[in-house]
Design a binder for this molecule. Structure first.
Ligand code: ADP
Length: 300
């Protein structure tokens, strides 16, 4: 796999000692890469350093051979970005909005612009809604319009920051499918704190926590790290639940016709004489890393 993006020993420091990014080393190639991490982990800072909105205090970010510090214009040309807080002009129609964005981004002549706008609106399945005012769009439609805008200049790399926040379940699925489709031709980086967003779509994932990469690899290997660390207990009383909550990280409480079950992750279950070892899933592995990972500190 050819690497398109490389973060090399990247640090971003706020107030002299807070490391929002702490020596990040990360290479990303074609396809879909999922950047997972809790709120405040540094995901947006990492994404912003990729699109040259932030320049690292230490280290460098290389995008398709260009250093973001010295070649920001070239980098911006090959990167499309859908920010968390993508704003629209509610009184414009989808066509008017993209035409306006196309003009300020110098997409080309009116004829070229029209062709590209039709192409991207078809890709994101909004061609039918092209003459509707975007103020009336649903959350999912607005996000898809954001993608249409981000791919208007046909960038090699597409970055989407927390794309499914605020979407209903059906819109989420639809949006993820759109990204999978686009990732056949582009390098896509999907940044999210929602495990489900990356579970079915990303070939590679990175877990960012407190500014450090704690895991890098396939989702399957990530899941395997939690093997033997997940257990389900049949619980009879509230005291028993509290006792287990004290020792382990609770994933879920399930009520079935045969009783109440507590699913937990833990480092060691030696003390417990009962409980069933469970096959871990991505959510378990994420919780396991959050609780028992290296847990580097932001302050150095
Ligand atoms: P995420 O996108 O994973 O939620 P961010 O990259 O937004 O995380 O933020 C990472 C950390 O850096 C947070 O603790 C945040 O408060 C801090 N941070 C972000 N921007 C600034 C800034 N301009 N000044 C000071 N601290 C900041």
């Amino acid at each position: 796999m050819k690497d398109i993006i490389a973060f090399e020993n990247v640090c971003k420091i706020y107030n002299k000692k807070f490391y929002a990014l702490n020596n990040v080393n990360l290479k990303i190639g074609e396809g879909m890469f999922g950047l997972l991490g809790p709120n405040g982990a540094g995901k947006s800072t990492l994404m912003k350093s990729l699109i040259t909105l932030i320049i690292p205090d230490k280290g460098r970010v290389m995008v398709d051979g260009y250093d973001t510090r010295t070649h920001s214009l070239e980098v911006r040309d090959i990167v499309g970005y859908l920010p968390q807080d993508f704003s629209i002009y509610p009184n414009l129609t989808a066509l008017e909005f993209l035409d306006y964005m196309g003009q300020i981004n110098n997409i080309g002549s009116r004829k070229t612009r029209n062709r590209k706008i039709e192409e991207v609106l078809n890709k994101v399945n909004l061609w039918e809604a092209r003459n509707k005012k975007v103020g009336g769009f649903s959350g999912g439609m607005k996000r898809r319009l954001g993608i249409a805008n981000a791919i208007l200049k046909d960038p090699k790399i597409l970055i989407v920051d927390e794309p499914t926040a605020g979407l209903d379940p059906e819109e989420r699925v639809r949006f993820r499918m759109l990204l999978v489709e686009l990732s056949k031709q582009k390098c896509i980086i999907l940044s999210t704190h929602i495990v489900e967003d990356i579970s079915s779509s990303c070939e590679r994932i990175g877990l960012l926590n407190k500014g450090s990469i704690e895991y890098l690899g396939s989702p399957i290997d990530f899941i395997l790290k939690a093997k033997g660390k997940v257990r389900e207990f049949k619980v009879l009383s509230d005291e028993e639940i509290l006792k287990l909550k004290d020792k382990y990280e609770v994933i879920s409480v399930k009520r079935t016709s045969s009783g109440k079950f507590l699913r937990v992750v833990g480092e060691d279950f030696q003390e417990e004489g009962y409980g069933i070892d469970m096959e871990p899933n991505l959510e378990d592995a994420y919780m396991y890393f959050m609780k028992y990972g290296k847990g580097e500190k932001n302050y150095v």
